[in-house]
Design a binder for this molecule. Structure first.
Ligand SMILES: [Mn+2]
Length: 296
């Protein structure tokens, strides 16, 4: 039987009436360390049945309607670009009807599917990407692929989509050079560590005033600390705690709207089912935050 996000609590709302369009994209093509992320979307949807309906302080996003698509096929004939094009259609459709697409990965390259509609459905420069990640993913190519998970944010910035990165703690020369060349803003894990112990904490943080007022959020679960999120291809120490992530999502989106989001790189491990639940809870929190930030 096919499952839908939070189908334990709500029916799969007809697409036309749903504010949130969940798009499962179980792509696993270029994983460089440990595999399994093709099972991510299914695990998130399954774990969503354990969620409560309310999100503390942010109401009940489920009441606004959630429609979950069947998983998008990841087959292709000549290039993985075919998969991104296919997956871009439901995202574009969501934007057109002023609904909010929530893409479930799969490896981080699935964000490529959102880049096309972000360019076709919004005026140039009006949407910026807010990325939570342990890695910059700013290489131009990786292992001879332009569509590797390690290159996805390069595809965004070369399309002139402004980018701001949170939680980074891995640095390659190529990443750092691209970050400077494309003026990518950041709050790296080390900066956040310093701030956490300073008197103001994260409370005074904002995105740069010049950063677009509309945001697309891409959340690689390895942005979370490895102790909290080890079911991912490259778990990494020194990352965000749960409360860091929620606080940063709230403060950095204040005064802005969120047009859509993706949660990527969960690589489920049956022994670590709390990770599936953590990802599902993050998805539902993002729905609540999107609803809170929308201008209606
Ligand atoms: Mn990533």
């Amino acid at each position: 039987m096919q499952h839908y996000f939070l189908d334990s609590e709500y029916p799969n709302t007809p697409k036309e009436k749903a504010l949130f369009h969940v798009v499962p994209l179980p792509l696993e093509e270029t994983v460089s360390y440990k595999g399994g992320t093709c099972k991510g979307p299914e695990a998130i949807i399954e774990a969503s049945s354990q969620l409560e309906k309310l999100v503390e302080g942010l109401g009940e996003p489920g009441l606004l309607g959630i429609y979950t698509y069947p998983p998008i096929s990841c087959n292709y004939e000549t290039s993985v670009e075919e998969v991104f094009t296919r997956a871009s259609l439901p995202i574009k459709e969501a934007f057109k009807q002023q609904a909010f697409p929530i893409l479930l990965g799969g490896e981080h390259s699935v964000t490529n599917a959102a880049l096309l509609p972000l360019q076709s459905e919004f005026p140039k420069g009006s949407v910026g990407i807010l990325q939570f990640d342990a890695h910059m993913d700013l290489r131009d190519t990786y292992e001879e692929s332009k569509y590797s998970h390690a290159c996805v944010m390069h595809r965004a910035v070369e399309a002139d989509i402004p980018l701001f990165q949170v939680g980074i703690r891995n640095f390659s020369k190529e990443d750092v050079e691209a970050r400077e060349a494309y003026h990518v803003g950041h709050l790296d894990a080390s900066e956040l560590y310093e701030l956490r112990t300073s008197s103001g904490g994260f409370g005074n943080l904002t995105l740069p005033p010049s950063f677009p007022k509309q945001l697309y959020i891409t959340f690689d679960v390895d942005g979370l600390d490895a102790s909290l999120m080890s079911a991912t291809g490259t778990p990494d120490p020194g990352g965000l705690s749960w409360w860091d992530a929620l606080t940063l999502l709230k403060v950095l989106t204040k005064g802005r709207t969120i047009v859509g989001a993706d949660v990527v790189e969960l690589s489920p491990n049956p022994m670590l089912h709390h990770c599936d639940y953590t990802a599902a809870k993050l998805v539902y929190f993002l729905m609540a935050l999107i609803a809170e930030r929308r201008t209606s």
